[in-house]
Design a protein around this ligand. Sequence first.
Ligand SMILES: [Zn+2]
Length: 373
Amino acid sequence: MSTLFDDLISRYKTLNIAFPVLKPVTLAQWTLESGHGTSELASKHLNFAGLKWRSEMVGFATPVEYQAHDGQDFYCKFASLEAFILGYWKFISRSPYKGWEEHAGDGKGFIQFIGPIYNPSGAAYVKQVLALVSDATKRLSAATTVEVPATPVVAGAPAVIVIDPGHGGVAKTGGSSPNNAHSPSGELEKNWTLDFAKRTRNAVLAKALASGKNVKVLLTRETDINIGLNARANVAKSNGAKLFLSIHFNGFNGQARGIEALISKVNSNPGADRAFAQTVHDKVLAVLKKLDPATVARGVKEQALGVLSDIELGNSIATQPCRACLVELEFMDVPAVETLLRLEPPQATAAKKTALNRQAIADALADALLAQV
Ligand SMILES: [Zn+2]
């Protein structure tokens, strides 16, 4: 038994969850998974349930590589005991467990439904958990409750951030080409930019929540469609956005490398745009360097780009509410870059690695955006 586990029980007793009747059976499950709170995954990473890393856990946990009894894998690392409790329920809300609410009326029905999905040994696992329920019930009732600090209320209107995944669809629309660069194996820039935009949105929201910043994040597209350049910029204008970030990848001769950030040549707020672009450039460069030292800093450049048109973004000589830049994250036609970031590598282990690499870059983009609001 560990005092950390006692602390977890106190916090679980105190915290409101949707189905309080499920506290004993889930605590029994955590008791089993963590060896009464003594496993390394529990003591080091506050993961009492053996939760593997899944992309839906962004904002609730961070991935950590860990050697468990069933092999090396990525697991969830939680920042606090509350984060673990909320993270467990987030994990159960994922699609493999769809329908669990219908079994939320009693602990036995719940574990009989989720147990076989959670653990391949199925019935044996359910039996092991159920054997620990009465002890868990006693421990919950004996536990002291803890003071839970009130959630801080963030005042004022949110700062709006628009993220623009470059390209999309199959036809040229309003100056926007459906796709430009492609990887050596044939993956398309439009799909890379959408993946990065969604990851960046998740990271911005998670980091804003943790730091008490009040932000709203909009994407110019959520699916594989193309939108004209003015229409993309207009999303910033019509929502009074503070920041507009267009995400792209370069392609050239299969050898050129590096990140560059572009700002508009005709510009009513060149200083503000340049500072924003430099932050994006530098934060991503630091992560890219760690992933692959062969990357290069290409810097901030001025270019005539329709998607960064001040008028379309809502800026004028009189007022400039929106700072904007376009980032070319790397040259995706280079084999080494594809190895780092590919969406669908042939092997599952490589897929996990590239997903983590993409997330690390998205986290850096989120840091750059949040540093500006
Ligand atoms: Zn592009």
